[in-house]
Design a protein around this ligand. Structure first.
Ligand code: AMP
Length: 426
């Protein structure tokens, strides 16, 4: 079997780690990959948005299954392109990826399907958007409709802040074309969970539920980031809540996408705000596995990931994946000083030679120079995932290993999973 993973972050390292564990003899490629994937796969130096070269590589290496990690190539039609060339690919079409690539489109789908989500309006005109802000109660959330690397949502405590966010997006194009359309919505109250479903467009299988930590600093302070850590499972995601998420969110979304003749096959990721009544309100949809959620979710799957992806990619339905029951997983992101705005690059990284059992270090923004030295090369540098029989132990192992890894300017949160810790009385 010849497999290709597209992407080069922690999510893709976790994907390669899983595919390699399940298929010790497969020929595994990763484009562009990183020094972590290089230990498991052959890295191909191709950017994730270079569709021509990715299609050529799939052809040249006779790839049987391509798994696409990031949203950008999906939104640009990589899955359509590979399928048109007769290759199996796990990931939605560009038309279906609009569930993530256009927040105004996803709001339209949700409205049509009667899915619980914050009331919202979409604007392209600055004056109209400002007038709307003026008429509505604070807090408000202002979002760039297009892809903004997870940083396009601004939670605004006051109308003045909301007006400033609207001006930045529509007036000054702070997010470029991604902010040429903005969605303004009501602020939702509750606890956020990430529900990832592997789907062929009709049926779905849930992956373990996780919770991300978007803010840079401990106590959920500081700016929004791509994610500073995650854990799984999450106690608020009770069977009753997940049943509602399935029936009230995931299934109606898939049905509406089929009705529009753009069925969604791949991972449908629902960011849900669960309120005190257990209602799952959609904060956002993503069209792919989450990062860093993948780094906690995949290590909790005992087997069957390759089969599930293979089956969906070949149009053979969705297969269940075996779950590691009674285990918990925590990942801590190590970022560079200056992240998310101006991350420093180049610091030399030292990872202890012996890691505790259950701990895996996934690479994200790392690079190995000609001198063989591992260095920080991006905002989020490493993810330290620990799997243990209980949450508290997984949290401790992840944090202690994060502390033991050294590089100049290392930034990380020691409180990943603090809500779960509080619930469990730790
Ligand atoms: P998004 O890019 O839509 O996922 O938003 C990024 C983050 O902003 C989310 O993970 C939430 O924590 C927060 N957020 C977005 N929309 C809302 C909302 N309507 N109410 C409360 N928080 C929100």
């Amino acid at each position: 079997m010849r497999l290709l993973v597209v992407g080069g972050g922690g999510r893709e390292h976790a994907l390669c780690w899983t595919l390699r564990r399940e298929n010790p003899d497969a020929d595994l490629f990763c484009a562009p990959g990183n020094p972590g994937t290089a230990q498991l796969a052959t890295n191909l130096s191709i950017a994730v948005d270079d569709l021509d070269r990715l299609a050529d590589a799939a052809d040249m290496h006779g790839i049987d299954l391509t798994v696409v990690g990031p949203e950008v190539p999906l939104a640009r039609g990589l899955a359509d392109r590979l399928r048109a060339e007769g290759r199996a690919v796990f990931g939605p079409s560009a038309a279906a990826a609009r569930l993530e690539a256009s927040k105004s489109f996803s709001k339209e789908v949700m409205a049509a399907a009667g899915i619980p989500t914050a009331a919202s309006r979409t604007f392209e005109d600055l004056a109209a958007a400002l007038a709307y802000v003026d008429r509505h109660d604070e807090p408000l959330v202002v979002k760039a409709s297009g892809l903004a690397a997870g940083k396009g949502a601004v939670v605004c405590a006051t109308r003045a802040e909301a007006a400033a966010a609207v001006r930045a997006m529509l007036g000054e194009r702070a997010f470029g074309d991604a902010g040429a359309t903005v969605v303004i919505e009501r602020f939702l109250v509750g606890e956020e969970i990430s529900v990832l479903a592997v789907t062929d467009g009709q049926d779905l299988e849930l992956l373990p539920v996780s919770q991300d930590h978007k803010r840079l600093l401990e106590g959920d302070a500081g700016p929004n980031t791509g994610g500073m850590g995650a854990y799984s499972p999450v106690a608020v995601a009770t069977p009753a809540v997940l049943d509602r998420a399935r029936r009230e969110v995931l299934e109606p979304t898939l049905e509406e996408m089929r009705r529009r003749r753009t069925p969604f096959a791949g991972v449908l990721y629902a960011g849900l705000m669960v309120d005190v009544a257990g209602t799952p309100w959609v904060v956002e949809f993503n069209c792919r596995l989450g990062d860093p959620e993948t780094q906690v979710v995949l290590p909790l799957v005992a087997g069957g990931v390759t089969d599930a992806l293979w089956s969906v990619a070949h149009g053979d339905g969705v297969r269940p994946m075996a779950r590691r029951e009674a285990e918990a997983s925590v990942t801590t992101v190590l970022a560079s000083r200056g992240y998310p705005d101006h991350p420093e690059r180049g610091a030399e990284i030292r990872i202890p030679a012996a890691l505790p059992p259950g701990v895996t270090v996934f690479h994200a923004g790392t690079a190995r120079g000609a001198d063989g030295v591992l260095r920080a090369s991006g905002g989020r540098v490493l993810n330290v995932t620990a799997v243990a029989p209980g949450f508290a132990e997984a949290q401790r192992l992840s944090r202690e290993t994060a502390e033991a890894i050294e590089f100049e300017g290392k930034v990380f949160r020691r409180d990943i999973g603090w809500r779960e810790a509080r619930r469990l009385g730790n």
